[in-house]
Design a protein around this ligand. Structure first.
Ligand code: ADP
Ligand code: MG
Length: 302
């Protein structure tokens, strides 16, 4: 269904109310988790969604995979409205989800069986399942662990197996809801690297929900949620430039950005909005000369 004019995700005036029930199961009221979100994601993009706890990120994510349905408004995934029941399974195949806890997502006793589970469920022929399993594990750098028990893997490896399970469904989009929250720094790096690679090499749209600001630095676009609405949107540089605004939203900026910001406030003549260590080093050394030397060293100019 996808063509280059169809947005991967389009959300118009989305409202989501959770129904609260009392102990007897009677409706006791509603909680508005999403209060009017408009959002547009083109195919092939790497998107990060930030926001403090309770800002509505997971609720939004579940709408992208038709696990929740709009109270009001419309969500289209690859042109298909999630409110239309006949689209349900195609949406869930096209937009795969990876959740926070790696232990809740792996079912099988052997890695490769786990990855093959999804395709098997939708009736993919056996031979093709194995091709897909192999390719998916390769894509996340886990092929050599295919015969292992998931119990013997690290958190980062388990999350990569979960991602492989999603890839095996040949999705157009993957939504990762804080996939690194329970991982150590190494595991976090592995998972983010795998997600970036899938985006770059397979053109899969990635929607990464995270509270690690560093993971959002390379995104094409960032959306910042607050109280169920999109409070900020822009490129990483546009977002992280606004150190004070991010603080108001109870969010950090990458450490190196903060350091640059503080140095600038203290009177150092460096550009605002540094995003990487390399940029900070160049700024501190005097950016123009540093850039010139680099070009010569690369042999681009003679
Ligand atoms: P985030 O992922 O940004 O932490 P959530 O989408 O989980 O935010 O939650 C948004 C709001 O919806 C919060 O106020 C939360 O308490 C509420 N909420 C989330 N899930 C439910 C639920 N199943 N029932 C009732 N309220 C919920
Ligand atoms: Mg959440």
């Amino acid at each position: 269904m996808l063509n280059r004019f169809t947005p991967m995700i389009k959300i118009q005036k989305l409202i989501h109310d959770y129904i609260k029930r009392d102990d007897e199961g009677n409706v006791a009221g509603t909680v508005r988790a999403i209060g009017g979100v408009d959002l547009h994601v083109e195919p092939g993009r790497f998107i990060a969604i930030l926001g403090h706890n309770g800002s509505g990120k997971s609720t939004l994510a579940k709408h992208l995979n038709a696990l929740l349905f709009p109270t009001e408004g419309t969500v289209w995934v690859d042109g298909m409205s999630t409110s239309d029941g006949k689209n349900l399974w195609e949406i869930r195949r096209e937009a795969g989800m990876v959740f926070q806890n790696p232990d809740n997502q792996i079912i099988a006793q052997v890695v490769e069986e786990d990855v093959g589970f999804g395709p098997e469920n939708i009736g993919v022929p056996t031979e093709e399942i194995w091709t897909r399993v192999e390719e998916s594990l390769k894509a996340v750098g886990m092929l050599e662990h295919r015969k292992k028990s998931p119990n013997r893997l690290s958190g980062g490896q388990k999350q990569r197996v979960s991602i492989a399970g999603v890839i095996a469904m040949e999705p157009k989009c993957i939504i990762l809801d804080e996939p690194t929250a329970m991982l150590d720094p190494n595991g976090r790096k592995e998972v983010i690297k795998a997600a970036k690679k899938l985006n770059r090499e397979k053109g899969i749209t990635v929607i990464l929900i995270t509270h690690y600001m560093e993971e959002a630095v390379d995104a094409d676009m960032i959306f910042v949620m607050d109280k169920g609405v999109v409070a900020m949107q822009g490129t990483p540089r546009e977002i992280f430039c606004q150190v004070e605004r991010m603080k108001e939203l109870q969010l950090d900026v990458p450490q190196v950005t903060l350091l640059g910001h503080e140095l600038r406030k203290a009177g150092l003549a460096i550009p605002d909005c540094i995003l990487t260590k390399e940029e900070l080093a160049d700024a501190l050394l005097g950016a123009p000369e540093a850039a010139g030397e680099k070009e010569e060293a690369d042999g681009d100019q003679s």
